[in-house]
Design a protein. Structure first.
Length: 203
């Protein structure tokens, strides 16, 4: 998993509440276990019309927000089913951080397992960031170590995060990476077990 330390990127405002995982990545894109390529299905019904043409009113289709790395969105982002493809699609599209007042629990957990940083801020801060992101300067700074978000105007917002999750994000550790840190101890245990209980080894 790619470590998250700091990010300076365009922020795209998406002022919709209760965006569920089916809106983030529809079911027809879940047939693969590959993470690459899922960005094409991100917000599919919001980005494209029935003929497959871009909806010009959708924020991520607008030239000013091309290459956005931060999404500032409404309450309860990521509700619905527990599909891990949702953070995969966001990251494949280039989004590394989502800022909201609240997230669905399973989506929130999945973000940390995949290197996508979900930040919870008070409603007033989210509204201010959305307003600033609509201006001429869309660039937002995120510093995970300092636990700050710096808006386009220079206003600094502090956010809370579980210390263990913060450490894993800074170190680029998902569940597998965390386990592999203990690989030497696991090897020692396995060797001791093989010596003390040889009959448990394969016949």
């Amino acid at each position: 998993m790619e470590a998250f330390t700091t990010l300076h990127a365009k922020a795209a405002p998406l002022p919709l509440a209760n965006i569920d995982t089916d809106q983030i990545i529809p079911a027809q894109f879940l047939k693969t276990v590959e993470r690459e390529g899922l960005g094409r299905g991100l917000f599919f019904a919001l980005r494209f019309d029935d003929a497959g043409n871009d909806r010009p009113e959708f924020v991520l289709n607008q030239p000013a927000y091309k290459g956005a790395g931060v999404l500032v969105t409404g309450d309860n982002f990521g509700c619905g089913s527990s599909r891990e493809h949702a953070p995969w699609a966001l990251m494949d599209f280039g989004i590394r951080c989502v800022i909201s007042t609240s997230f669905a629990d399973i989506f929130y957990n999945n973000c940390f397992q995949n290197g996508l940083l979900p930040i919870v801020l008070p409603a007033e801060a989210v509204q201010q960031l959305m307003g600033e992101a609509r201006g001429g300067n869309h660039v937002v700074g995120v510093d995970l170590e300092a636990q700050t978000v710096t808006g386009p105007s220079g206003t600094v917002f502090h956010f809370d995060i579980d210390p263990n999750r913060k450490a894993k994000m800074l170190g680029g550790l998902d569940a597998i990476g965390e386990t592999l840190q203990a690989a030497p101890d696991i090897d020692v245990y396995e060797m001791k077990k093989a010596l003390s209980q040889p009959w448990l080894e394969g016949a």
